[in-house]
Design a protein around this ligand. Structure first.
Ligand code: ITT
Length: 205
């Protein structure tokens, strides 16, 4: 039997954890995922101004602190009419980190006068792998869509209730988890990185 590679999932967001676990179980079955919650570590401060910088910062900090390889996700929504904001500030857009309802309300208010033709947006996800020795690797996934005027649906997390992907009439919060995975920014990034994990961990890449 092949040995499983241990990998610490360096995210505390429960919505993301569920999606990453679901996708890696299918696309990287040889990886034994451990949670950052198993270790007594402080939160990593996200000081970068790009998704790539923050994903690397999170993965590298956790890899160094645990002595194990780590995988981190930095993600968010980039809204055309807001010049790409909230971007890396998506989790704390309304002030308090991770207050999904307040974040949604703030975006709805900011776009109140913006017509449908100008409500384009993208969900962006950068996944980083890091080793305790400093080696890193990143991939990016994006999903284009538009911002709805009002929330709809109760699946998913974050901005899902107001995000309608291109080609759909429903929000990502109205999709089954499997349907969201099949098109999402995180699904795209994880399917890209899955085949790279084993070579990366065993030093072949
Ligand atoms: P970790 O840093 O612990 O991974 P976090 O929630 O702080 O968790 P980020 O800084 O990457 O993570 O912020 C991501 C935010 O972007 C998240 O809180 C949501 O508001 C939003 N977001 C990311 N992916 C999303 C998705 O699939 N659906 C809806 N909103 C999403």
């Amino acid at each position: 039997m092949q040995m499983k590679h241990e990998l610490v999932l360096a995210t505390r967001n429960k919505g993301k954890v569920a999606e990453v676990e679901r996708l890696l179980k299918v696309h990287a079955p040889n990886v034994l995922l451990r949670s950052v919650a198993e270790f007594d570590l402080a939160d990593v401060e996200e000081t970068g101004d790009t998704f790539e910088a923050n994903a690397i910062l999170k993965a590298l900090t956790i890899a160094k602190e645990t002595g194990l390889p780590a995988l981190a996700d930095d993600s968010g929504i980039s809204i055309d009419a807001l010049g790409g904001a909230p971007g890396v500030y998506s989790a704390r857009w309304a002030g308090k980190h991770g207050d999904d309802l307040a974040n949604i309300e703030k975006v709805i208010r900011e776009l109140v006068d913006v017509p449908d033709s100008k409500r384009g947006a993208a969900f962006v996800c950068v996944i980083a792998l890091a080793l305790p020795n400093g080696k890193t690797f990143t991939v990016r996934g994006e999903l284009r869509g538009m911002v709805r005027h009002a929330p709809s649906g109760s699946e998913g997390f974050g901005y899902d209730p107001i995000f309608q992907p291109d080609g759909y009439q429903i929000t990502t919060a109205e999709m089954s988890p499997e349907e969201k995975d099949s098109i999402s920014h995180r699904g795209i990034a994880l399917r890209k990185i899955a085949p790279e994990i084993q070579p990366f961990l065993s030093g072949d890449k």
